[in-house]
Unconditional design. Structure first.
Length: 177
């Protein structure tokens, strides 16, 4: 990218004496609020918080599973690491001092692609789609909310809802599922 300088490359290291590597900050600063999730799915705010947490975890897993392909497009064969206490840095094992203009351009393109991937995976539309598909808005939902059965996949939250209804019909109350 025209105008990108080596001085714009960020570095990260976890400990004082660990190697400083070129890094991209992949922390998420914009995410749908619990209130927005609750309003969209007509669920309690506490269930919306859980749903948001589950969706965030899924977005993180999807990012770290896909980022290797993005890196290999611009830095084939280069080792990369997830760094930071909460995994908020993508670090590459490469020395920017040895980069020519083409390599620096690849870094700029990589940085743009990585940030776009983070933005996409944590966008409201993708988060809402994941919450809907996994039925995380339902009371009793779990992060891995589906199980295989002889009759095909079953939703744990739906099964818990059926059990609650059955218990209520039989006059049994106070059991938390």
């Amino acid at each position: 990218m025209k105008g990108y300088k080596k001085g714009a490359v960020e570095f990260h290291n976890d400990r004082l004496y660990s190697p400083r590597r070129p890094a991209i900050n992949v922390k998420v600063y914009s995410f749908p609020s619990a209130a927005k999730i609750a309003a969209r799915f007509n669920c309690s705010e506490s269930q919306a918080e859980k749903a948001g947490e589950f969706a965030f975890n899924m977005a993180c897993r999807a990012f770290w599973e896909s980022v290797g392909d993005i890196i290999s497009k611009y830095f084939p064969g280069v080792k990369w690491y997830q760094g930071g206490r909460s995994g908020g840095w993508l670090e590459l094992e490469s020395d920017p001092k040895t980069w020519d203009g083409i390599r620096l351009n690849h870094w700029a393109l990589l940085e743009r692609a990585v940030k776009a991937e983070v933005k996409y995976l944590t966008s409201e539309s993708v988060i809402f789609e994941d919450i809907e598909a996994n039925k995380w808005y339902m009371e009793g939902a779990e992060e891995f909310n589906f199980i295989d059965s002889l009759n095909g996949p079953r939703c744990i939250a739906e099964e818990k809802q059926k059990a609650r209804e059955l218990l209520t019909q039989n006059g049994i109350v106070g059991i938390r599922l």
